[in-house]
Ligand binder design. Structure first.
Ligand code: NAD
Length: 483
């Protein structure tokens, strides 16, 4: 089935779309480069309205048979898909790292196992979706969980393997057919996922991949009139465009968006653990949606705690993400580097204080120094806007009321991290912050059975858990009388 394939990090990867079980090329291409050293990796097909229509049509045709299989018929195929992901762990990890600059060790040990679980978990969960009945005086109501139909799944470059499988798993397990639009700055692992699905026996047309630029391939998919669900992970700005397109055909949309999450440290916290965790916010060069980028520390311990973070950060290696010692890799793209640098320079011109960092790292073109900024006021851009780079802000608080107020002082509400030594106080602060997820004395724990998502401008809907699969279901009441 291969038409155009390239060797990336020793792995054979198709640069074509995957539509109706076939590899299909476009005349137009885009060049994908590695952020590690700028090396050209692949000329990837750039789809538009024609490819989007082909893929949606293929998904629509495949839908009745896939839906009719039921959860029992789909589960063995999805289990094989998950096993195929695990079997190709080395390939997927190597390609993801070269393509988006994320840490190789993290991809091997955390991301690939989780990507497989994202598929197998929902295959099993779907077996439990039995519907139920509600008796009324003269009727019986049967509640059915029907697959919604054709779902378009759009994902960003900072974690394509994890974030795409997190959508593919519930969408397919629920009985939908899908069209995936991978990110143009890291499109390659999604192509490998299509190969793995093919080999696992996912029927032709059930999973389709349209490669391309967001404003072309992505826009064509979200504007298509025969789509039943859109699931989007990406920036809040793009979400507004997609929301407007979906409004035209009243297509339900779920959205996982940006964040500017608080990281609150109380005076009685385990400061050593908190400092290590703050340093961890620089991982993947801060290109992590849920990173706690606004450090808020209780005044009496602020100076001591700052020294502890400084010490933890000084031990972090910035460099090639394939090196096991590296903690901070490159930013994804020169455009993104310029964006991050723009935030930093505007903050500098407004007179903030740099506790460390604030400039390009000598490791290379796309590497930025871990940066901590003090003295930002609540109304300043650096306090309000998502930088999506290794840039944190530093503020102090005097009491719980102030901590909650400052934590909630942005338009976002994705996550909040809190280190605290007192359970009652921790629960009070966790209850007060506006966030889809609040971690207490831990960070980045993403239990698949627990919902994940954003409040306010950080999203609509939830992923993971029973709430995540409901995004892909049509819940129908069949009301029977006289039978
Ligand atoms: P982005 O919004 O620029 O792009 C995301 C995806 O949307 C890409 O595949 C892109 O091609 C596509 N796209 C762009 N324009 C489109 C359009 N007009 N129509 C349809 N699709 C379009 O975001 P990004 O820069 O790739 O990713 C970074 C952002 O993603 C950050 O804001 C980050 O916080 C967010 N993010 C959120 C989560 C979460 O779970 N909440 C996870 C990861 C990343």
């Amino acid at each position: 089935m291969a038409q155009n394939r390239v060797n990336v990090a020793g792995v054979d990867v198709s640069t074509d779309h995957y539509i109706a079980g076939q590899r299909i090329a476009s005349k137009k291409h885009f060049l994908d480069r590695s952020p590690i050293d700028g090396a050209a990796l692949a000329d990837v097909s750039a789809g538009g309205a024609a490819e989007a229509d082909m893929a949606v049509t293929a998904a629509r045709r495949a839908f009745p048979a896939w839906a009719a299989l039921g959860p029992e018929g789909r589960a063995p195929i999805l289990r094989r898909f998950a096993e195929g992901i695990l079997a190709r762990s080395a390939d997927l990890s190597a390609v993801e790292t070269v393509d988006n600059g994320s840490l190789l060790s993290g991809n091997q040990h955390r991301v690939v196992p989780r990507a497989a679980l994202n598929i197998s978990y929902f295959a099993e969960h779907a077996l439990t979706l039995r519907g139920h009945t509600i008796d009324s005086p003269e009727v019986v109501n049967h509640i059915h969980y029907d697959p919604a139909g054709v779902a378009v799944l759009i994902t960003p470059w900072n974690g394509p393997m994890m974030l795409t499988t997190w959508k593919i798993g519930p969408a397919l397990a629920a009985g939908n057919t899908i069209v995936v639009k991978p990110p143009e700055w890291a499109p390659l692992t999604c192509s490998l996922l299509a190969d793995i699905a093919h080999e696992a026996g996912v029927p032709a047309g059930v999973l389709n991949v349209v490669q391309g630029i967001g404003e072309e391939a992505g826009a064509a998919l979200v504007q298509h009139s025969d789509v039943d669900r859109i699931s989007f992970t990406g920036s809040t700005d793009t979400a507004q465009i997609i929301g407007a397109a979906a409004a035209h055909s009243i297509t339900p949309v779920s959205m996982e968006l940006g964040g500017k999450s608080p990281f609150i440290v109380c005076a009685d916290a385990d400061l050593k653990a908190a400092a290590q965790t703050v340093a961890g916010q620089y991982i993947n060069a801060g290109q992590v949606c849920l990173a706690g980028t606004r450090i808020l520390v209780e005044e009496p311990v602020a100076e001591k705690f700052l020294g502890m973070i400084r010490d933890a950060v000084s031990h972090m290696t910035v460099g090639d993400p394939r090196d096991a010692n590296t903690r901070v890799g490159p930013l994804i793209h020169p455009d993104h580097f310029a964006r991050v640098e723009g935030f930093v320079e505007r903050a500098r011109s407004e007179g903030v204080e740099f506790l460390w960092g604030g400039a390009r790292h000598n490791q290379g073109e796309l590497y930025f120094q871990p940066t901590l900024i003090a003295g930002a006021r609540r109304d300043q851009e650096i306090f309000q806007s998502e930088v999506f780079g290794p840039v944190l802000t530093w503020n102090t608080f005097r009491n719980d009321h102030e901590a909650i107020e400052v934590a909630n002082a942005t338009k976002y509400g994705l996550a909040a991290t809190l280190f605290c030594g007192n359970e009652e106080r921790a629960m009070r602060i966790a209850s007060g912050v506006v966030a889809g997820t609040a971690w207490v004395n831990c960070f980045f724990v993403r239990e698949l059975a627990a919902p994940f998502g954003g409040a306010r401008r950080s999203g609509i809907g939830r992923e993971g858990s029973k709430y995540g699969i409901e995004e892909y279901l049509e819940i129908k009441a069949v009301t029977l009388a006289g039978l």
